[in-house]
Ligand binder design. Structure first.
Ligand code: PLP
Length: 391
């Protein structure tokens, strides 16, 4: 059992896990907040980092990234998604978040329009706005899980330059079907100057019987697709700030590379992050399968427990290790529930606020379940008890 409470070191987490988690909260509060696992990284990653450090040198790496990292990303992507990216067109970046920003910086001009799903993680909107592009919300289907991307075509005009796809979708856990993505690809194929920015950071965290389909492998829009991914979710490497941008051709790669400032050493991707992610991709796949098996159990346990709580209704996420229950039938708004749970139940959750996930997130809270069964059960029991006694 690699994922029980013996493997969650709260003492260490309390000094290292920031971003709304252990190190930022009073002792005793269980943080089901930022999607960052409570488990230490896989042994092969620890070994690779130790060996590199034991070598004694922490010199500059190559501006385009370490060849072994680029090869590992290309190989892993080909094995998992049957898409052959040229490793020369893969750029390591300081996190998936920064990769999203770099793509926006490289490809958008002020006033260009970017279509962004609502709800979705805030990073797309944040990045597009940072380069003065205009974001257009695509209100995703609420009740019915099926997406009809034909509806999205009505949002496209001559200023539309990018569509941001988050697959699997944080925070709802939606995993897009091949058919849904084919419809999107058909829409995109009609507009040759539109790029799809496909954020696939969650693509390893998929629960059977759902399957992941990479957008780069759908239809005939490979040249219009940039894939961004990262290693924070699957491998717990968030603190190393490491991700990658997979470009369809040299032209787009050069644009992203230039905007990265890596060639000047003003920026550059930390070598240790690349070493850790290379080990993760090459040597931690067995560990990853066990992690996903654990998460599958935690998902089922948590969904059942949430649906037993008064006023709470929760669907099974198809991917991602976050739950996004509807809390509109409780006596609380998302912000009130978040505050009450923190103070009275000693559990931290993320309120479904527009600033985190878009306006459609209202009436929901988000909970991460990348923890042990013991901690998850304790946290959910505390929430249940709070809601029972405050109906
Ligand atoms: C959809 C999505 N993209 C990107 C990120 C950021 O990942 P990173 O730590 O690599 O910046 C997250 C993290 O929550 C995410 O959920």
């Amino acid at each position: 059992m690699m994922f029980n409470s013996n493997h969650v070191d709260i003492d260490i987490l309390s000094t290292r896990a920031y971003n709304l988690r252990w190190a930022t909260l009073p002792k005793g509060v269980i943080p089901l907040t930022a999607a960052d696992p409570d488990f230490p990284v896989a042994p092969p990653i620890q070994k690779a980092l130790k060996e590199y450090i034991d070598g004694g040198y922490l010199s500059y790496g190559p501006a385009e990234g370490l060849p072994q990292f680029k090869d590992a990303v290309a190989r892993d992507y080909k094995i998992k998604n049957k898409v052959a990216y040229d490793s020369n067109c893969i750029l390591p970046v300081d996190s998936a978040a920064f990769g999203i920003y770099l793509c926006c910086k490289a490809l958008l001009k002020p006033g260009d329009e970017v279509i962004i799903f609502d709800p979705v993680d805030f990073l797309f909107k944040y990045s597009a706005e940072k380069v003065s592009a205009k974001t257009i919300a695509y209100q995703t289907p609420q009740k019915n899980d099926a997406f009809d991307f034909n509806e999205l075509s009505s949002l496209i005009n001559s200023k539309t330059k990018m569509i941001c796809l988050c697959n699997p979708l944080n925070p709802t856990g939606k995993v897009f079907t091949r058919e849904e993505l084919l419809t999107l690809a058909e829409v995109v194929a009609k507009h040759k100057d539109i790029i799809v920015l496909s954020d696939e950071i969650w693509s390893d965290i998929i629960f059977n019987p759902n399957t992941f389909n990479a957008f780069a492998n759908i239809g005939h829009v490979f040249d219009q697709t940039i894939t961004v991914t990262g290693y924070s979710k699957s491998y717990g490497l968030a603190g190393l700030r490491i991700g990658s941008v997979l470009c369809p051709n040299e032209m787009i790669y050069n644009q992203v590379f230039e905007s990265s400032l890596h060639q000047s050493t003003v920026h550059g991707t930390n070598v240790l992050g690349q070493i850790a992610a290379t080990a993760a991709l090459n040597d931690a796949q067995h560990w990853l399968s066990s992690f996903v098996a654990h998460l599958h159990k935690m998902r089922d346990l948590a969904v059942q427990k949430l649906n037993e709580m008064p006023g709470v209704s929760c669907k099974h996420p198809e991917g991602c290790y976050v739950l996004f229950p509807d809390i509109t039938q409780t006596a609380y708004t998302a912000t009130e529930l978040h505050e009450n749970l923190l103070e009275k139940a000693r559990v931290a959750v993320v309120p479904g606020l527009p600033k985190w996930f878009g306006s459609a997130a209202e009436g929901n809270i988000r909970l991460s379940f990348a923890t042990s069964e013991e901690l998850l059960t304790e946290a959910l029991d505390r929430i249940h008890n709070f809601l029972e006694s405050h109906k």
